[in-house]
Each structure stands twice: as C-alpha cells, then as structure tokens.
Design a binder for this molecule. Structure first.
Ligand SMILES: [Zn+2]
Ligand SMILES: [Zn+2]
Length: 139
C-alpha cells in the first residue's frame, strides 16, 4: 500500500512506495521549519515519489547547499533539508503523513539543541480529546 502525505489545506500531496524509519531532529532549524518541539523526517527514493500540487511548494534554502519546502498556501513542511544538487534519495516531512504509517521513530538527533521548554510529556496531563485547561489558560 502506498504511503501518502498531504499538507493541511490539501493543495500538496506526495505518494511514496516505500519509506525509511522516521528520525526526530531537535535542531533549531528543524523545530522552526516543522513547527514543533522537533522535526520528524524520513527518506524515500526520489524516483518513487509522486507529487500532486508541487507547484504550490515554496523552496527555502535553509543552509548553503540545503533546501526545504513547504506549502505556500498553508505553511505545512513537506520536505526536510535536501541537497540542492539532488542524489537518488529525498527527505520528506513526517508531519505531513496520513494514516496508516508503516514506520516508527527510530532515532532522535541533535538533542544537544533541544528546546529548553520541552522535557518530554510524562509529567503533563494527557487527554484523549481536548484538554479542558485551555478555557482558563492565561500567561
Ligand atoms: Zn497546503
Ligand atoms: Zn534538524
């Protein structure tokens, strides 16, 4: 079964035949690009990726020789930091994946740059639905 990823607004979709395990990156660039305490990425073979709506991707060169892309309509990260001169693989953004996903997180990296505000979830309340505390949440 192919694996798909879509952006929040639905303008961009990727479909891959096979995917690697998912790597969690805590570096500050991945946190900003993917919009969370870490970025989550996996690798696919470039010639096994089919794009719909690729014209809606905006490419950002985040470091010399590396570029990332996101949906220009809704901002969803769609790729990780890929070589500007591509090889036969591509790094895709796991945040865009649709269920079911036949892979799991296999490693985390750059934990030395971990966000100071994120120490894991274990001590925080976890709710299957919305957290009722939103109603009274103030700075
Ligand atoms: Zn979008
Ligand atoms: Zn990173």
């Amino acid at each position: 079964m192919p694996v798909t990823g879509t952006c929040l607004c639905g303008a961009v979709r990727f479909r891959v035949k096979r995917m690697s395990g998912i790597v969690e990156c805590h570096c500050s660039m991945c946190r900003k690009a993917a919009g969370g305490h870490a970025g989550f990425f996996f690798v696919a073979m470039r010639d096994e990726v089919t794009w719909d709506g690729a014209e809606h991707l905006t490419v950002h060169r985040s470091s010399p020789g590396l570029e990332r892309s996101f949906c220009s309509r809704c901002g969803t990260a769609m790729t990780g930091a890929n070589l500007v001169t591509p090889d036969d693989t591509i790094i895709l953004a796991a945040n865009a994946l649709d269920e079911p996903v036949p892979a799991r997180v296999i490693a985390s990296e750059h934990t030395a740059s971990k966000a100071s505000w994120f120490d894991g979830h274990d001590a925080a309340p976890a709710c299957e639905g919305p957290w009722p505390g939103w109603r009274d949440l103030k700075p």
